[in-house]
Write a protein that binds this ligand. Sequence first.
Ligand code: MN
Length: 198
Amino acid sequence: MFKLPELGYEFGALEPYIDAKTMEIHHGKHHGTYVAKLNEALGKHPELESKSIEELLSDLETIPEDIRTAVRNHGGGHHNHSLFWENMQPGGAKEPIGAMVEAVNKAFGGFDGLKEKMTEAAVSQFGSGWAWLAESDGKLEVYSTANQDSPLSENKKPMLGVDVWEHAYYLKYQNRRPDYVEAWWNVVNWDAVGQRLS
Ligand code: MN
């Protein structure tokens, strides 16, 4: 059974960029529901019990057809949000550090290039989804996914993702997704992101 992970910080810790109410609903209700529905689906196939969330999402083709969509959506939701909370811890490095600097320079010409590209992917994602910084074959890339699709299902390793579902920003930013994305850069913790680099 999967569990909703603790946030590790207060709902209001990311103010004024992300408001406490949004964090409370987003973590408890939205992420909580993904976890509950993932467990409900897996309950129909106890043979999958020992699999990690990464294993489930990396190999969707092998998931029994009757729960494949549920695992893709709710399992993706669980994994995407778990990363999201970890990468937004208050404090920490405000820009790439260590080995991440070289990897970002190589792929994007620098942090500004990465920010520009990822912001563009986030703002232009049509409808609900995520913009990602992902690693694939040892290289960093930026792209976006629809709904709760995980980069893991495309053989990519998610390093950093920004949630552009309206539930992530509507209370504070309403329709102003670009303002939310710009604010979000202020709460990314590059210590946490850097630990994911292979
Ligand atoms: Mn979300």
